[in-house]
Design a binder for this molecule. Sequence first.
Ligand SMILES: [Zn+2]
Length: 294
Amino acid sequence: MSLYRGRFAPSPTGPLHLGSLVAAMASYLDAKAHHGCWLVRIEDVDFDRNLAGADHAILQTLRRCGMDWDEEVVWQSQRSTYYQAALEQLAAHVFACSCSRKEIADSRIRAGLSDSQIYPGTCRSGITNNKVARAFRLRVPDGAAANIEFEDRLLGRQKQNLSTAVGDFVLKRADGFWAYQLAVVVDDALQGFTDIVRGADLLDSSARQIYLQQLLGYPTPRYLHVPVVTNALGEKLSKQTGALGFDLGNNDVLQDALIPAAVFLNLEFSTPPANIADFWSTATVLWANKMGIR
Ligand SMILES: [Zn+2]
């Protein structure tokens, strides 16, 4: 029995498209190649971005594609108590922040820093002038203590200095929503995932997540980031870039979805798969060979 546990964790902001299918397929194939469990988690903590019904549309499309999950689907919107408990556990490292987006930009300019998203540390030693706490941030260490290194199974050694690359990052947002980084880390640990396989657009989040795992006493899973599908302009496919969803219309799942996604992952079929079941059994072997899994 393999102890491998992996997941696909889509945000329900629209239907599954080729980009999200590639991430789903990579995580599914890696779990199958390891004879492990594969789960689906709906990352719906950002209520402003959720599209009504998109969660069920995504699940329906996964099923149509022949990707079945091994345990009940988890919705992050129902897991607030776990995130609150983690925030309290992190209390010694968390501070309240009253800054608006504009104040953060202005204080960076005043301090002669470049105009980036990095938090300038304004509220680190307390909120001033009777201002109201808006968000909760995690204090990241200064200097070399902020270096996070990890091995990506595809991309190799990765390194990020949280202090210079990210700064004190948000765990609970000014709008009251849980930040992606906290929710993901808590759920990945509580759900016991050994392996995170996802798009390279999330590579930049890994160091923050590993640091949170360390502070919370969680194990760090293995990471594998697959390339992101882009459109002709080099933009990541999303609802905004007009990516076509698979769940509407009469698309042929094998020809229009599964094979293009597999081609993107460089899985080369010597003979075209006859049906969906044939596709998955062959693709799993191809993935195992490509990733050196035995
Ligand atoms: Zn602040």
